[in-house]
Design a protein around this ligand. Structure first.
Ligand code: MLC
Ligand code: AMP
Length: 507
């Protein structure tokens, strides 16, 4: 029995291979037979091109059915799928390519010129959202023979997903077939997937949430996904009557609540709304319940560990909590000395279990830094746990901003801003934002009086993905510091916290 995740999925394909796998408003319907054929075709093509098990295939493409098939092809062929946020600019891509040394880089025709200089000698193919591209053309002769599933061991790598960090450069989290299959099986079970479920999928597919959590549940269920290219509240409302489960980041739910058409009647066919990747505000949870009668199920996870905790399907789903550790996952809340704390005390959340990644790609020392001596991973999230094990996240030890469900590390932006001519130094903070939850704000000192907000932002073009760009830049004479000389970001957050909520900007 192979540990290949693809084999697990295949064992769950519906008996009728003509059943819908992807239903895309822009691309039409793709069946499980299409899934099998396309993943076979891509797997054969990649192997014929010389890719051997363990090779990385870097993919920075818009969402499409073929992008999912390419992911599944990599699993099938024992290759390591490395998805990249389409927002990453050439300077960011250059780092990923140098670090991961992919066998192949897949981009879109539109983005190809932009990344050409960043990928060095790495072979490039294109795959566009409309299903065209050199990958499609070049693989035309492949497939048709149902190639074998490569017999990987469960501990072998299935995917590398880059996450940034409080310090330094992004790190590639190495996820094995076992990591992904254990988490998928557990989620499929605890969220009560049943025959006939249809998943409304409006998430991007370059992160854990859209690629693994959502897609794997559908695959294990042999279900169909209504597959939107990106999130649009009105398009989601139109699709609700054909779906039974929806997964989203909190921004999805606040945006839905902003639509008058989003009513109890509009969601009467949905059995479960799930939220994660960022804190769901109790106001949103309550407003959603009042408007629709549905209680959003909030869960918690991270790239390095997949899903960690979830509110229950049956039983109380409480606002402001992320529920209980998954059945095969262990969590604990520890103090600074690494010892487990009493229920109710605030400490660092640590996690262990079959979901836990294999470490950071080629960074054993960074992996070791984040692991306890007994094999728990330090999440960097601060939490409390109740007597009966219910987890509430209360903050972050890591200097992280989560904006619209995307993680942004201030250090990376500060380094770019500090390099802008005329800037003295900078501090980047997250402040409350009605739509994104948190938004990036930069507070900057200048050595050249002529430099303004537009000049700072302009200098970031091509350097930083646009979702990381500060939504505002404020100038100050000096940054506030504590006795140790460290910038007091709390002071800045207090000062600029009202930037997007009509309160004081302090500017
Ligand atoms: C887009 N923009 C953002 C942004 N998304 N800015 C800050 N934060 C974001 N998340 C910017 C763009 O750069 C652009 O700016 C402008 O907003 C409009 O872009 P858009 O593409 O039209 O945005 P929109 O489609 O509205 O996207 C917003 C969104 C999207 C919230 C729908 O970001 C999204 O789908 N987020 C989900 C992310 C996700 O899947 N996270 C899971 C990570 S896994 P400009 O300047 O260019 O005009 C994880 C683990 C776990 O965290 O537990 O799940
Ligand atoms: P990522 O590194 O993109 O996988 O993001 C993981 C981080 O997202 C976690 O460490 C948390 O800080 C945050 N996160 C995920 N789910 C939740 C949630 N339900 N509530 C609060 N934060 C969350």
């Amino acid at each position: 029995m192979t540990g290949n995740l693809f084999a697990l999925f295949e064992s769950r394909f519906p008996a009728d291979r003509g059943a819908v796998f992807i239903d895309s408003p822009t691309r039409g319907v793709f069946s499980y037979a299409d899934l099998a054929a396309w993943s076979d075709r891509f797997a054969q093509f990649l192997r014929a091109g010389g890719a051997v098990p363990g090779d990385r295939i870097a993919v920075q493409v818009d969402k499409s059915p073929e992008a999912i098939f390419l992911y599944l092809a990599c699993l099938k062929a024992g290759l390591v799928y490395l998805p990249l946020n389409t927002g990453y600019e050439a300077a960011e891509v250059r780092y990923f390519v140098a670090d991961a040394e992919p066998r192949l880089f897949v981009t879109s025709d539109a983005a190809r010129p932009k990344i050409a200089g960043a990928v060095g000698g790495t072979p490039v193919h294109t795959l566009n959202a409309d299903g065209t591209g050199t990958l499609i053309d070049a693989s035309a002769g492949c497939g048709g023979g149902a190639s074998d599933i490569h017999p990987v061991a469960g501990r072998d790598l299935a995917s590398i997903i880059y996450t940034s960090g409080t310090t330094g450069k992004p790190k590639g989290a190495m996820l094995s077939h076992d990591n992904l299959s254990s988490n998928a099986l557990t989620l499929h079970d605890i969220w009560g997937f049943v025959p006939g479920d249809v998943l409304l999928h409006a998430l991007p597919i370059y992160h854990v949430h859209g690629l693994f959590v959502a897609t794997h549940c559908a695959l294990l269920n042999g279900s169909g996904m209504i597959f939107h290219d990106s999130f649009s509240a009105s398009e989601v409302i139109d699709a609700l009557s054909r779906a039974t489960v929806m997964m989203g980041v909190p921004t999805f739910y606040t945006r839905l609540l902003g639509e008058a058409r989003f009513t109890a009647a509009a969601c009467q066919d949905i059995r479960l709304f799930i939220s994660g990747s960022a804190p769901l505000l109790p106001e949103t949870f309550d407003a959603f319940q009042a408007r629709t009668g549905h209680t959003i199920l909030e869960r918690y996870g991270m790239t390095e560990a997949g899903m960690i905790a979830s509110n229950p399907l049956e039983g109380a789903r409480l606002a402001g909590t992320v529920g209980y550790a998954l059945s095969d996952v262990r969590v604990r809340v520890v103090g600074d000395d690494g010892r487990a704390l009493e229920p109710g005390a605030v400490g660092g959340l640590e996690v262990a279990g079959p979901n836990l990644f294999k470490g950071y790609w080629r960074m054993p020392e960074k992996t070791a830094e984040d692991m306890s001596s007994d094999g728990y991973f330090r999440t960097g999230d601060m939490a409390t746990m109740s007597d009966d094990g219910r987890v509430s996240l209360v903050g972050r030890a890591k200097d992280l901003i989560i904006s619209g469900g995307l993680n942004i590390y201030p250090k990376e932006i500060e380094a770019e801003i500090d390099a802008v001519p005329g800037v003295g130094e900078s501090a980047v903070i997250g402040v409350p934002h009605g739509d994104f939850g948190e938004a990036v704000v930069a507070v900057v000192t200048r050595v050249d009086a002529g430099i303004d907000e537009a000049a700072v932002l302009g200098a970031l073009d091509g350097r930083l993905a646009r979702f990381k760009r500060p939504k505002r830049v404020f100038f100050v004479d000096t940054l506030p510091r504590n006795a140790m000389g460290k910038v007091t970001k709390k002071t800045l957050r207090d000062t600029y916290g009202g930037t997007f909520s009509g309160g004081s900007t302090g500017a």
